[in-house]
Ligand binder design. Structure first.
Ligand code: SF4
Length: 282
């Protein structure tokens, strides 16, 4: 008999949700896996999902917003999404998830780890969706997640070589050094992000060479990264990479004997934001 309750597990393309999917594969055989595809994810994420599907032995349902970024960008009158106005998550992730779930009772498994219990993931406010936190309940921490991925023979998505979080290539939560990583690894995607930003500046009549430094917050509505355009950011490449190397060294000193990936997660440059997307980056 088919259960009347759906069991669902969202995969962001990040290590924690991927490990949770593997962790639950045999524990919850009726699990339905899903991935919200904004159409702007990194090539490494798509490649990783294909490998993950093979190990899970079932497809990961791709949930697409009915319209892509360009459509919503127009709807929001050419305003870049930002931490203050995160329309992208709402229309390109949460809405498609809630439409897919519908009104049937569902249990949503969320990949918050035991060592970050005060972090939030996608927790629906819909009354038919109950959230569970298996890693918190079972005490699975960062080390446990890495072991699950290693034991499954999948390891980490390749973008972890240069970026610490999953999500869209243009994600405004990206750190300065990660934008440089995007320019190096995927120059065509970096150029696309530049083109979107240039359009915003042009439409707003803002000089692309303006110094955004004095009004970093105001600048957020014109630029993907705080305080400067992507062109200006790329011109500061050496300075940004040097500062990032310093931040890494500081984080390593502060927290000895921890894996590099955790050091990276802690290594904020002076002008980076520690915020991240609570839906997209688990
Ligand atoms: S990854 Fe970043 S840009 Fe993409 S939907 Fe999430 S918050 Fe928005």
């Amino acid at each position: 008999m088919t259960s009347s309750v759906r069991h669902i597990c969202g995969i962001s393309g990040g290590k924690d949700s991927s490990a949770l999917a593997l962790y639950l594969r045999d524990r919850v055989p009726e699990m339905e896996y899903f991935f919200c595809d904004t159409g702007a994810e990194l090539p490494e994420t798509y490649e990783f999902l294909t490998r993950l599907e093979v190990i899970l032995g079932k497809p990961i349902v791709r949930l697409n917003s009915e319209r892509g970024f360009d459509h919503w960008f127009e709807v929001f009158r050419g305003a870049l999404p930002s931490p203050q106005m995160r329309w992208c998550t709402k229309v390109m992730k949460i809405k498609p998830i809630e439409a897919w779930i519908g009104d049937k009772p569902a249990i949503s498994y969320v990949a918050i780890r035991a060592d970050e219990a005060n972090r939030k993931g996608y927790i629906s406010t819909k009354p038919n969706i109950e959230s569970r936190f298996p890693f918190v309940e079972d005490g699975v921490d960062h080390e446990g997640v890495m072991k699950i991925l290693d034991d499954a023979g999948i390891g980490l998505p390749a973008y972890y070589d240069w970026r610490t979080r999953s999500g869209c290539y243009f994600c405004f939560y990206q750190r300065k050094a990660e934008w440089i990583g995007l320019a190096d690894r995927h120059p065509e995607l970096f150029e696309r992000a530049v083109a979107i930003e240039q359009k915003v500046l042009l439409d707003a009549g803002v000089d692309g060479n303006a110094d955004f430094g004095d009004r970093a917050m105001a600048g957020r509505q014109y630029t993907w990264s705080g305080g400067e355009t992507l062109v200006q950011l790329r011109d500061r490449r050496t300075e940004i990479l040097d500062r990032h190397a310093d931040a890494l060294a500081r984080a390593k000193t502060a927290r000895r004997n921890i894996p590099l990936i955790e050091v990276l997660a802690d290594a904020f440059d002076d002008d980076d934001s520690a915020e991240q997307c609570t839906v997209c980056a688990l």
